[in-house]
Design a protein around this ligand. Structure first.
Ligand SMILES: NC(=O)c1ccc[n+]([C@@H]2O[C@H](COP(=O)([O-])OP(=O)(O)OC[C@H]3O[C@@H](n4cnc5c(N)ncnc54)[C@H](OP(=O)(O)O)[C@@H]3O)[C@@H](O)[C@H]2O)c1
Length: 437
């Protein structure tokens, strides 16, 4: 049998401790599948004394993950610390430069430095595997990088943040407010004490930026993503969406258009009958649309110790099975040096259907004025509905418009005009409608 694969794990928190535990519990199966043992020979975390529920005394302890990456007797460096700079970045870079394979679950690091790290990995002829960085346990990286050769991706979109999907699912199912849902999610451990990163879309954007690069062969451009979070979604939106045959999801969408590539993260209305609309709670899903395959949807657990560990261990097993001298698949599907600059499509050119909810003064002429602003901007309406805004607001009415395909620029101009006309009593709500099978 080949020599054992020696693994060093830096970061022994939720994911790191699960990886160590599964490697121990599944040692016999992994050896059979990989043709060699996989042994944890070195570990690092901040606190050497903390009980992590697993005996790691056989592995050498390093206070400094960079030292582990450079000096330990390892073949693979597994980075599970987190963060886009500091010890995570330094240790991954050090491991690659020392000619060690790297496995990481760190989307923030890849979103910011992925291309530079990929260049080092490819120069050194080692693997940089990161399946767990996007949608946790769902094998989307391998699917896009290896299983879809020859396919030209036209659009990739997904529910990439479990916290947001959990909140939106409960808001719809129980009729409770965003704030109440968020508090509950925090109490149950589904949302961080500071939830901004999740609910304002940053986490989704990091993951999307990696998918965009894989889909279109472009350099990662995480700072060029249009982003709106879910904190302004109300019960009125969720109810109106339901009445119209839609469900609201926070989607990350990357799409090739005539003017460039759209990368956008925002609350989205998807048809209630579509497959992605059936993805509830903390579950994630990624839809990939290609010229040959059509639409493929992968769904499953996007976070959590074991689910994430499953992806990390798949990456480690791939390294255990690889043989010296064998040409590895490029990190982002194309050689890092050949990744094309990202050509951004302007958000104003985005074309699609729109849901617009307006709260207006209940007086004559308002309805006609709204319809005129729409017509002036060449927006054709699929429906326009006027409702009472509620018993406590008798002087107001709600107007809900659904447009046929139009542009973001036209919708913004029309809504600006309506606002200027002085008919609104509250901020207008605009939610994009996404086509989904
Ligand atoms: N949790 C998930 O469900 C999930 C899902 C997908 C991807 N990820 C990614 O996986 C990575 C790890 O996440 P996690 O949830 O496992 O984080 P975590 O529970 O906070 O664990 C982080 C670990 O890193 C260690 N650490 C921090 N600074 C260090 C330093 N300077 N030197 C050495 N060790 C250091 C910590 O040590 P101590 O334990 O001693 O404090 C801890 O063991 C992140 O990149 C995250 O984005 C997580």
């Amino acid at each position: 049998m080949a020599e054992a694969l020696r693994v060093g794990i830096a970061g022994l928190g939720t994911v790191g401790a699960s990886v160590a535990r599964v490697l121990r519990d599944k040692a016999a199966e992994l050896t059979r599948q990989c043709g060699r043992d996989i042994v944890v020979t070195a570990v690092s975390a901040r606190d050497a004394k903390r009980d992590r529920g697993i005996d790691l005394s056989a592995a050498k302890w390093f206070d400094d993950p960079v030292k582990l990456a450079e000096k330990a007797d390892i073949d693979v460096f597994v980075e599970l610390i987190g963060g886009d700079e500091g010890p995570a970045r330094q240790s991954v870079k050090a491991a690659l430069e020392a000619g060690r394979h790297v496995v990481t679950a760190n989307k923030a690091l890849l979103a910011k430095h992925g291309v530079a790290l990929a260049e080092i990995a490819e120069k050194k002829g080692v693997l940089l595997n990161y399946e767990a960085a996007v949608a946790g346990g769902i094998p989307v990286i391998k699917t896009m990088r290896e299983a879809m050769a020859g396919n030209a991706v036209t659009r990739v979109f997904g529910i990439l943040n479990g916290t947001c999907n959990y909140i939106l699912t409960r808001m719809e199912a129980e009729g409770i407010s965003f704030d109440a849902c968020l508090k509950d999610a925090q109490r149950l451990g589904y949302a961080e004490a500071d939830p901004t990163f999740d609910i304002e879309g940053h986490d989704t954007a990091h993951k999307l930026s990696i998918l965009t690069s894989l889909a279109f062969g472009t350099r990662i451009a995480a700072n060029d993503i249009y982003m709106e979070g879910i904190s302004n979604i109300t019960q009125a939106d969720i109810r109106a969406a339901g009445d119209l045959g839609y469900r609201i999801k926070l989607l990350g969408v990357a799409q090739r258009t005539d003017s460039g590539i759209e990368q956008r993260v925002h609350p989205t209305m998807v048809p209630t009958a579509s497959v992605i609309a059936q993805v509830h709670g903390v579950i994630n899903a990624v839809a990939i649309e290609t010229d040959i395959l059509g639409e493929l949807l992968l769904s499953g657990p996007g976070a959590g110790g074991n689910a994430t560990a499953s992806a990390v261990i798949g990456d480690i097993a791939d390294i255990a099975k690889s043989r010296p001298g064998f040409q590895h698949a490029p990190v982002f599907g194309w050689p890092a040096k050949e990744l094309k600059p990202y050509k951004k499509a302007r958000m104003r050119s985005h074309a699609g259907g729109y849901f617009i909810r307006l709260t207006v003064h209940d007086r004559t002429g308002v309805f006609a004025a709204i319809a005129k602003r729409m017509a002036d901007n060449d927006i054709s309406l699929e429906s326009i509905v006027q409702q009472a805004a509620g018993p406590e607001t008798q002087a107001q009415k709600t107007v809900i418009l659904v447009t046929h395909e139009t542009t973001e620029a036209a919708v913004r101009k029309a809504v600006e005009g309506i606002t200027k006309d002085g008919h609104l009593t509250d901020k207008p709500q605009v939610i994009r409608i996404e086509r989904a099978e």
